[in-house]
Design a binder for this molecule. Structure first.
Ligand SMILES: C[S@@+](CC[C@H](N)C(=O)[O-])C[C@H]1O[C@@H](n2cnc3c(N)ncnc32)[C@H](O)[C@@H]1O
Ligand code: SF4
Length: 200
């Protein structure tokens, strides 16, 4: 957090994440993938949690990126064709409707995360629509007390993107910055001037 020109370190936040985590580039993380998990057992696992009241954490993956970064190990689809987003979102909506049946309506969503790929590849309207679909199917908080976050590629964030995201209900962002050295940026095919990142 930056107030005036002084950086204020949030020790609670630092302590909360001061532990080793799994490689993050797949969701669920790679260690949780199991080839023996059939669709039947997926359903029964979901049903077995139906009567719990613990809060939920939801992750939505938007796999599209307009440009490839050579180092990237994420699950992504490189395309400049923005029309590819809607059919994917329609599938996400169907999955959401199926999954949400397993969770009682009173389970609050304490954590929501959109990652990618590049979540802001989709249009502002599509982002609002996706958030509405999440609200329709799950019990999203209205008090701004959850961790609702989104991954931002500064190259894919227009000046009003943050306003749109705040209106949609996000209260956290992470900015993708791989390297500040222009030569490295060229080598990894991710040219992102510091000013662009600072503007975000
Ligand atoms: C998955 S990207 C999602 C957001 C957006 N697509 C972006 O690149 O900013 C989030 C972050 O992961 C980083 N990343 C991706 N692959 C990586 C790798 N193999 N090693 C280290 N960081 C990586 C990206 O540079 C970016 O900062
Ligand atoms: S924009 Fe992000 S997700 Fe896409 S290729 Fe680059 S690092 Fe990977």
């Amino acid at each position: 957090m930056k107030t005036d020109s002084r950086i204020v370190w949030d020790m609670d936040l630092i302590n909360r994440y001061d532990l080793s985590g799994p490689r993050y580039t797949s969701y669920p993380t790679a260690v949780q993938f199991d080839p023996n998990l059939s669709s039947t057992s997926l359903v029964s696992q979901g049903q077995s949690t139906a009567d719990r009241s613990a809060p939920l954490s939801l992750y939505v993956h938007i796999p599209f990126c307009a440009h490839v970064c050579y180092y990237c190990a994420c699950n992504k689809v490189i395309t400049r064709n923005r029309d590819r987003a809607q059919p994917y979102l329609d599938t996400v909506y169907r999955e959401m409707e199926q999954l949400s049946q397993w969770y009682s309506d009173d389970r609050l969503v304490d954590q929501l995360h959109w990652g990618g790929g590049t979540p802001t590849f989709i249009s502002d309207e599509q982002m609002f629509e996706l958030m509405s679909a999440l609200r329709k199917n799950f019990n999203l908080r209205n008090d701004d007390q959850g961790d609702y976050s989104i991954e931002i590629d500064p190259r894919e964030a227009s000046p009003n993107t943050l306003e749109v995201l705040r209106k949609a209900g996000f209260n956290r962002i992470s900015l993708g910055v791989q390297d500040l050295d222009q030569k490295v940026q060229e080598a990894v095919n991710r040219v992102q001037p510091l000013e662009q990142t600072q503007a975000s």
